[in-house]
Design a protein. Sequence first.
Length: 355
Amino acid sequence: MLLCGTSLLAAQDPKAAIESRNNAYGAEIEQYFRDTLVTAYPQRAARAWNRSYRSIDALVKSVAPNRERYRRMLNPPALKATGPARREPFPRIVGLQAEWLTVPLGPLKAEGVLVIPPNAPGPVPLVIAQHGIGSFPERVFGMDDPQNLYHDYGHALAAAGFAVLAPMNLYSVEKRNRMERLARLADTTLPGIEFARMQALLDAALADKRIDGKRVGLWGISLGGMATMFWTPLEPRIRCAIVTAWFNHRRNKMVIPDKRYSCFLETTEEHAFFRGWLTEFTDSDTASLICPRPLLIQHGKKDGIAYWPQVMEEYEAAREHYRKLKIEDRIGIDMHEGGHEIRLESGLAFLKKWL
């Protein structure tokens, strides 16, 4: 006689039956989240966004509710300077007069490297150069970069006449995981805290009359690319942005394991998961919070963070916001044959054009 249903479970070894039941439930709930976060995303996003493309101002006004929900997702704390900024010589940056900039923020502080090109003829544009995971501000300027992924873009920016602000963020996976747990308990996020710190550094940098506060760009690589995508929609002083080695088909990247790319769900990088992210903010939708400001994506076909045809698919969806406003010249992609790295030529040309 064949056993079925509960009779089959009862006939199994109890421990095996319990594990089998738990595994089945785990598979069931994971499939539920796949369906919710990935399959059902387009329909949910269609309800969440009510964009108007009648004009640039109409678009900005129409996405204001989404921008506020985006801010609530990061939920940056209200950190204010509690004393004057300190600027100390920083000789680790070879060949430039670099300063270590510190802004006290009560129990916290914001820190980073500030470089202003020597002999500038007038106020110069500023580029916020944000390092990635496992890196630090000095690497922006070529220090301890054995694979030359950063291509010393700090020196290249300075040589091209840009001031450079390289904020220090928490860089190890283990420490970011630990701090993100605490941040969730406090109803904030680590990128939200680091956004508030960046704003304090930007306030201090723009107080320098040698910097033109109306010409500010942000160029981040890897986790710094995440910062660029998170921060640019919330900081209007950032006039253009370059996202290197981060822009992605966000739903697949976070949720769907695939041998063609690394999926965050299968890594130890717990810090990369934020409450509400995939309710309405896949990368192409987030781009509409940056629009109409110029945006450049840099991605290498050999970069294992993504399967490059999916990046192109997401980029085309992002480009639609600019196309509908007839400002397609303000968005571009440098899809190159390399890997997880800065691309100097396209990045500098973009910044020279827009700053």
